[in-house]
Design a protein around this ligand. Sequence first.
Ligand code: PMV
Length: 365
Amino acid sequence: MNTLEFIPKPFSNLLEKANFTWQTPSNIALIKYWGKSNLQLPKNASISFTLNNCHTITTIYFTKNRGVEGANFNLFFEGKKKEDFKPKIAQFFTRIQQYCPYILWYDMEIHSKNSFPHSSGIASSASGFSAISMCLMSLEQELQTIKLSKEYINKKASFIARLGSGSASRSIEGGLVVWGNHLEIEGSSDLFGVQFPYKVHSIFKDYQDTILLVDKEEKQVSSTVGHNLMMNHPFAIQRFAQANENLSKLSKILQNGDVKSFINLVESEALTLHGMMLTSNPYFILMKPNTLEIINKIWRYRQENNSNICFTLDAGANVHILHPKKEKEKVNQFINNDLAQFCQKKQYICDSVGFGAKKVVSIKE
Ligand code: PMV
């Protein structure tokens, strides 16, 4: 595994101060990553749709210091100092230090906000770590005399984001992103996410994702605990092999536009993820009664209306409804009339496939 390409050349342009702002998206996995080895290497390949409306906007203010032992930073979330997020970010900075030595030369003030409600049960670690990673890459570019290619910046940003949260590696590029080495996906790697390298059928280019907020509490099981439960899981080996096979199948489906097979595979992946949690020890039920109500209603609606909607789930109770854009109006009506009642405060978020990380501001002195 070659990580040497992420160790930067010596730096020459030391700025006194700089700040960069990036907006980076959340993503929703179609083939799920669940189970990892050290350091943040996935046990199987995964693929996700990059989202558009669910994103994080982060500004990092860098001020040159006299060189410190560990990264010196303060964190503000939605304008308020956030001490409880600090340990995870401190661990991230320790992990990336050899690839981003400049984090020791600057004091960092990190200001972050999400487009989605904080307590919505939507994991913000993917968009959160990808946004920090893009800000760091902007600083790296300023400190270098050579121009870094967009390809390198995205690859390294994904590589370091992965060290914060695995799924964050899939939150830099737009469209469909694969993370994890897979024999049939050219360029795929355990180290970083890459855009799905083959032609994507037009139906999947503007796919819609409506997120039904069934449970807005903090996750019942953190993903760190969840991944660890796969270590001695009786079905782990079969699951990792199945996920890789499912990615081979999905790769073909994404190219040929076979929506019926897409539905079958994506729903099966979601239920398998939950099946892994049901059959681990300790065991967890991550769905709520309303999750099941919604799933049953989706199945009935699909059958009665010859529709192409389907669901997927994260490691929680919220339901993502995926569907082709041409069904948008009807599906919105269905959600409003029949599903919103199962959401907390009737809340849901309409989203669709997005374009990836966006630079918002760049100021340097
Ligand atoms: O990136 P993590 O460690 O929070 O893990 C994410 C795991 C799932 O969201 C359940 C699946 C995935 O591939 O995104």
